[in-house]
Design a binder for this molecule. Sequence first.
Ligand SMILES: [Zn+2]
Length: 443
Amino acid sequence: MTVRLARFFAALGCVTIALAVPLPVAAEGGIVPGAVNRASLAVEARYEVRLALSMATYRLSAAETIEIVNRSGSPIDRLDLNTVLARLGGLQITAASVDGQPVTPSISDQTIRLPLGGVLPDGAGATIRLSFRARFGTRLDGSRWLFTAAGGTFAAYRWLPWISAARPFDRPNHGDPFVTASSPSVRLTVTCDRVTRISTNLRRTSVSADRKTQVFEGSNVRDLNLVADTRFSVASRWVGDTQVHVFARTAAARSLLLGQAARSLARLEALLGPYPWPTLSVAQTAGGFGVESPGAIWIPRGVSGGNLSWLVAHEIAHQWFYGLTGNDQARQPFADEAPGDFLARYVTGSFRASRCATARLDRSIYAYSAGCYFEIVYVQGGRLLLDVRKRVGSTAFFRALRSYLDAHRFGLGSTRELIASLDEADPRDLARLWEPRFPSLLP
Ligand SMILES: [Zn+2]
């Protein structure tokens, strides 16, 4: 993402709190004739979504409106929208239009390529409407846990078509094949055929009288996910000015997760600065992996003991390293997974040696084996950060992490910029010292 857009989103963060500056409004009708064969992540996008969820038939249908303003500095003529439904949910697009004119999107891998029907100049706006439907699977293997109704827990990760850079979905490990832009405004209305509790990464703002329609709103989030289960109950606790909600089936699970989430959140806020959203939702899923979303985490049932405390802390650490400051998770997993692992082990006291041979840390998720992706990028990456912390001390080390986070607030950082922040704090020349681990990034 351009520095300009990062600053723009940073400014929006202040606006959200202060409401002192008028919000930019999408200027509809900005499309002009022509073609440039260009999409961009640097598009300001406000999402308004109506979702119908049928737990009886395992189907969803949705109508999505995206108000966009091109902030990329150059014209675009296409949006690249990411949705896992294209790979896991038998996605069917039923209607698509730009400023009321029908357009014909195509689907490539997990990316919807939506032509704008002309060129959108820099600074101009348009209104996109997209309707679609999909069907939940019931399996958890491979990547299927990302969109599944296994065991009666409906879990949908990155289901909403969202401005992204196109990345291949298939990879040899559990890496996150995504890079998406933060949105200043998301509003989701869910109507369900049953009364059910729904965990999302947004804040619930209203519930209908029959309790089947719920409205959720949020800002400065870079994805949207939900977990719905008619057997969920909710336990809540305030941590500072953040309300933590745990959605789980049993009182024991709610109590355990609430305690661990509250502890991790308080520790991490003390180290990294204020948590950026009003709520943190913790949902217990049927299986698969733990995963993060800005304002929410998923923790699979069956994780216990030290693994659970590490996992909860790791996914909450991603609220800063991914949620607040994003990165290309597919091409530079070090930038969010190494800090995520370091922080989780730091607050839970669980550092350990890697079980794979020392290896490069600058590769994409597509280049690591299933057996060693975690051991290299997470464990070895986390130990590299531990080495800096030991060398420079906690004060300088966490100041360097906060400086990286602040510089890319609601924008995108990178492995190179993270290392540059640490290098400023470390008397050694980290770029030179770490060159063998990051040969493609460092001199
Ligand atoms: Zn992670």
